[in-house]
Design a protein around this ligand. Sequence first.
Ligand SMILES: C[S@@+](CC[C@H](N)C(=O)[O-])C[C@H]1O[C@@H](n2cnc3c(N)ncnc32)[C@H](O)[C@@H]1O
Length: 495
Amino acid sequence: VTTTTPSDRAPGEVFDGTGPRKPRRGDEFECDVLGLDARGAPRGRVGVHRVEFEGRATGALPGARVRGVVTSRRRAELSARVLEVVTASPHAVPPRCAHVRDCGGCRFQDLAYDVQLEELARNARARLAPLAPFGCEPGPVLGVRDPWRYRNKMDFTFAARRWREQDDDGRHPDFALGLHASGHHEKALDVRACHLQGEVGDRILSLARSLALEHGLRPWDLAHHTGFLRHLVVRRSEASDEWLVYVVTSHEDEPRFETWWRALLAAEPRITTLVHGPTSRVSGVALGDEDRVLFGPGHVREALGSATFRVSARSFFQTNSAQAQRLLDVVRAFALGERAVGGTLLDLYCGAGLFSIALAPAFERVVGVELVEAAVLDARANAEANGVRHAHFEVADAAAWLVQQTQDGAAHAPFDVAIVDPPRAGVHESVVRALALAGPPRLVYVACHLESAARDLAPLLDGSLGVPYRLERSALVDLFPHTPHLEGVFALVRP
Ligand SMILES: C[S@@+](CC[C@H](N)C(=O)[O-])C[C@H]1O[C@@H](n2cnc3c(N)ncnc32)[C@H](O)[C@@H]1O
């Protein structure tokens, strides 16, 4: 990294990348923004030099021209800071959210949605580079029709330390209910409205806050491990217009808690279920040690196509219901290919049974494996409710279960198609080895983190684990507009 001092420059000199002189720290320049990285930070070029800007800068969007200052150089790569936007991007749109500067959640919201999709596709190609030698060329990202109010579940945090925003009005410095400020885990933004959730969700958020203040319920203090209210998870089903509220607290017995939740239910009658999950854990996961349903059936009812799904507080369900149908269509096409009805489907990391139940008519037998017991109970109930009698669901760690299936070195796991849809971290390497050993003729990997997919799939494609798979096709689906997250689906076949 070059650390030449700014005083080496001639006064007024503007670096333009032409000529033999190398750029130095403190050099100012102008460049077009050519794209954004996964964090939303702009990229550009000055002469032969690639410029990576540090962090997000308002208005520094693809198509804009910006003035920047070099902060460091490594060979032809410059790090820089945006000083100002000289020409606005034709793709800039007004942000919707009052918290856009500090939240970091919807960091692409000031960029037109069609250009967001182009940026996501470009970033995806870089993130999937390890799969390029195996013919991975995902096409355009499948976008959504409406990129707002699409989430069916939001996890909000109560915090004793409130993040101060630019237009701060100084209210309740020691109480916040909302989302973590970008890069600041111990503080929360006091979110008034989140345009990712339905409007009733905003009302529940606001009532939960005002009633907690009124009844003197203290938020959790992450530093001192004191306080009571920890998380508020709001889940809705558009299909049935049901709303589930899951409250995670630091302990069980708090005399004013019942007054609080009863007041919440009275003020918002659209809440159909309220679940309480006390936890003694110090970590910030929005899960109680054990749940108690205080009101309602304990779940919401989702619908996709002709199938219905009950989803309880602890179960995973695709968070964008409208786009989940699109994802399901891709997974179905990739899993079935040209094959005739019959055989066994393995649905590894099956959640509440979405893929198992939707694809069950095409198989003789379906086996779903999932770690969270509540999700497996949902999956069993969902199979029954949808008339699926040939699906079997097990509570197990996917790695341990699959390794067990393929023990003794024998490839005797009789699966014709395996769908693998792990959390962001991807799968343990023992799962990759067990999949290679089991060798289902068709393997569909569904990834919410593309780097994990690239790492997990490469050994199945390069022949290092026996007969290599061939990457038949791949697709990218946007389930999370305005964010850098992207879903990838990969179909692998074995000759
Ligand atoms: C991305 S979700 C996929 C769920 C399901 N395929 C769907 O589309 O609704 C990942 C699931 O893996 C489960 N899970 C996490 N770790 C696991 C493990 N070690 N073994 C089995 N399941 C696990 C989670 O509880 C979650 O339900």
